[in-house]
Design a protein. Sequence first.
Lengths: 135, 135
Amino acid sequence: MAVEENRPVAADPSVLEELQGIRRSIDNIDAALVHLLAERFKFTQQVGRLKAVYGLPPADPQREVEQIQRLRALAEDSHLDPAFAEKFLTFVIAEVIHHHERLAGEVVDEPQETWPDGASDVTAAAPDASPPDIS
Amino acid sequence: MAVEENRPVAADPSVLEELQGIRRSIDNIDAALVHLLAERFKFTQQVGRLKAVYGLPPADPQREVEQIQRLRALAEDSHLDPAFAEKFLTFVIAEVIHHHERLAGEVVDEPQETWPDGASDVTAAAPDASPPDIS
């Protein structure tokens, strides 16, 4: 069917219905993504607390390398751009660091409890997430 | 338990075991996130094709506003920072635009098929995702 200059021909209800259906799927996926991200941050906070209590180092470069390799492979399998998967991890880790910075700011009287990080449980993008940098 | 200067006390196998368990959960969530993102991009590509074929406008500001409001509400319900949920949408839309730019570059002989966008099905962060900007 010829299309003239992207001029709307939205009068066809079946087309709009199809569009609505796809959008509902996108909305469902977005809801799932938000809830999974919420759960992920709960786990990284657990890691942060564990590392604080037992004095484990905040970063684990080997773990980070493995995470990136694994995510890139999963992305390829699902036909997602591996570079995007890695960027996504970097994006999430930035929020993890932000969380821990806020946490550190809230409980300055109890530095042990505010120890990071869980950052290394996300990606290698946080090599500077050592305690002195949390402010 | 007192902790001395975050010095590793990783000799305790039960602690490392607990850490490993949490990390496995994080890995499972990351795999789910990657697969959901892959599926989401398939849907936004469907939207892009549909809009191209039927000459629907690439952007839908009202839809975008609703998406942001909905995602922020879902984030609050799941104790995720609403501002992060909105940033996440912005991050994803940037990739959607990137996808369509590549698509446009691959099929320059068939401009109708390369019409964006599905961008408006993600967030309001892509007001400039009009066809002339795709290059």
